[in-house]
Design a protein around this ligand. Sequence first.
Ligand code: C5P
Length: 233
Amino acid sequence: MGDMRDRLIIGLDLPTVEQAREAVSRIGDAGTFYKVGYQLGYAPGGFDFVKELVDGGKKVFFDLKLHDIGNTVEAGARAISRLGVTLLTVHAYPQTMRAAMAGKAGSSLKILAVTVLTSYDEADLVEAGYAAGSPAALVARRAAQGRDIGVDGIVCAATEAADVKAILGPDRLIVTPGIRPAGAEAGDQKRIVTPAEALRLGATHLVVARPIVGAADPRRAAEAIVDEMAGVS
Ligand code: C5P
């Protein structure tokens, strides 16, 4: 199972590179894997900071959720593969997933597909022009398409992990946010599970942001989560 630290992805949901650098420094070797999303990635110096993390020996999940015409996604994934990041997200449209897989070919970059954003319910999907149907059915359809195209994994709520794993099989990545250690504030997350529960449901990697970067002692918070993960048999 390797080092459990490598299965905890710490979300750097911070507005500036300076704050992110300080968080990474305080977490020290308790953190090996970081997620950079829109807020930090598009902040001044964001892309250079991603490179700084990689050069400092950290793994990076670049959560850019790409979606564009195939040619553009392919070129973008190729450019991002050269940054040395470990994971990149794209929206789970078949054309987009195929393009990202073509763009990263020959590199060690892994492509994760985002099936249906968890902020979308059926009414949001209908408003966006989809036929009525449950978001869960669309998650399942897109997970199966991602599997057939060969994407490396799926991002989903931990509560969906078992269903997604049944579709993907044992060898793909299942990356789940919405994790809260027992007793932590839920914040705006509505469907939360504990780190241990998420692993039992089939998650291979957990994304945790506020309970670590917002903690008085972020290093200790990260260590406590890794300890809880390591206790799962
Ligand atoms: O602070 P918290 O641990 O809730 O942060 C979770 C991270 O995972 C945030 O970066 C959030 O944007 C991301 N995320 C999420 N739910 C999804 C997809 C991504 O919380 N469905």
